[in-house]
Design a protein around this ligand. Structure first.
Ligand code: NDP
Length: 280
């Protein structure tokens, strides 16, 4: 078994972005810019936003942070997105999810121009991904692909099983693996015979959100196991995979923390950089 070191791979990606950001500034006279919009006071979201902003600073990306109160009106949020959409200093716009219940996610996200959609959540970007065209792709599944690539895993011809079908992780993950020529099975809460399907996987990606969900009996000897889950239990962060029993069977496995998590922010920086370079 070999551990996939997400922290080290994320650091590589971030230093590549830093070089590109410096070159961008030299060519254009300004830094690439990312606007982050946080509405409400969800504590986990505040931590994520702080991490993203710190990562931007370190990479030479200018960040514009907007913290709006929980009771922000829809028109006010839309007006802000409109201004950011028109700003030449802002190359990427990120609206931190989840939104307060009275705001409609789809409606607000639709205000972000496709060219600035660095989270890859727009219908246009998801459609492009589904068609196998160039697209901005959701950062977490994109980070998983980067981990596989930099660990020497080529999905072509392999059977990849993705557990989870959310719009932000499971579905784009399945599409990326399909575009990389894997044979893909997507599982979810209605799937019958989950363990047997998982045992067929050369690459097993779990994005469920339940601790110790993937057990050793679900994993083929020599499989690559990617744990996207982030679960808080007894003050500790754990993934979906029962790491202790699964790791000895896997050829490669991501730990939690220190696996997929650090890649999400790294890929956000890279998506922002890609968006900025398209403006040159
Ligand atoms: P969602 O809750 O949106 O999706 C969970 C998926 O798991 C659903 O598709 C659900 O199926 C499926 N599922 C639930 N129970 C079962 C079951 N018993 N058997 C099979 N499938 C099941 O979560 P997200 O996709 O947003 O996130 C998944 C995990 O990844 C979470 O732990 C989250 O915290 C983490 N995450 C980590 C990130 C990172 O940076 N590392 C970033 C984003 C998320 P159904 O559709 O039928 O309900």
């Amino acid at each position: 078994m070999k551990l996939i070191d997400g922290k080290a791979i994320a650091a590589e990606v971030r230093s590549e972005v830093k070089l590109r950001a410096a070159a961008f500034e030299a060519a254009s006279g300004k830094k690439p810019g990312l606007a982050v919009v946080l509405i409400g006071s969800d504590p986990a979201s505040s931590v994520y936003v702080r991490n993203k902003i710190n990562a931007c600073e370190e990479a030479g990306i200018r960040s514009f942070c907007y913290r709006l109160p929980e009771d922000t009106a829809e028109e006010e949020a839309e007006e802000l997105i409109g201004r950011l959409a028109a700003s030449a200093d802002v190359h990427g716009i990120l609206v931190q999810l989840p939104l307060p219940a009275h705001l409609k996610e789809e409606k607000l996200l639709a205000k972000i121009p496709v060219s600035k959609d660095v989270d890859g959540f727009s219908a246009e970007n998801i459609g492009r991904l589904a068609r196998g065209e160039r697209a901005a792709v959701a950062c977490t599944p994109l980070g998983v692909m980067e981990l596989l690539k930099r660990s020497g895993v080529d999905p072509s011809g392999k059977h990849a099983v993705v557990i989870g079908r959310s719009n932000i992780v499971g579905k784009p993950m399945a599409l990326l693996l399909l575009n990389a020529d894997a044979t893909v099975t997507v599982c979810h809460s209605r799937t019958r015979g989950l363990a047997a399907i998982c045992r067929e996987a050369d690459i097993l990606v779990s994005a469920v959100g339940k601790p110790a969900f993937v057990t050793a009996d679900m994993v083929k000897e020599g499989a690559v196991v990617i744990d996207v889950g982030i679960n808080r239990t007894e003050g500790k962060i754990v993934g979906d995979v029962a790491f202790g029993e699964v790791a000895p069977k896997a050829s490669l496995i991501t730990p939690v923390p220190g696996g997929v998590g650090p890649m999400t922010v790294a890929m956000l920086l890279r998506n922002t950089m890609d968006a900025a370079e398209r403006c040159l």
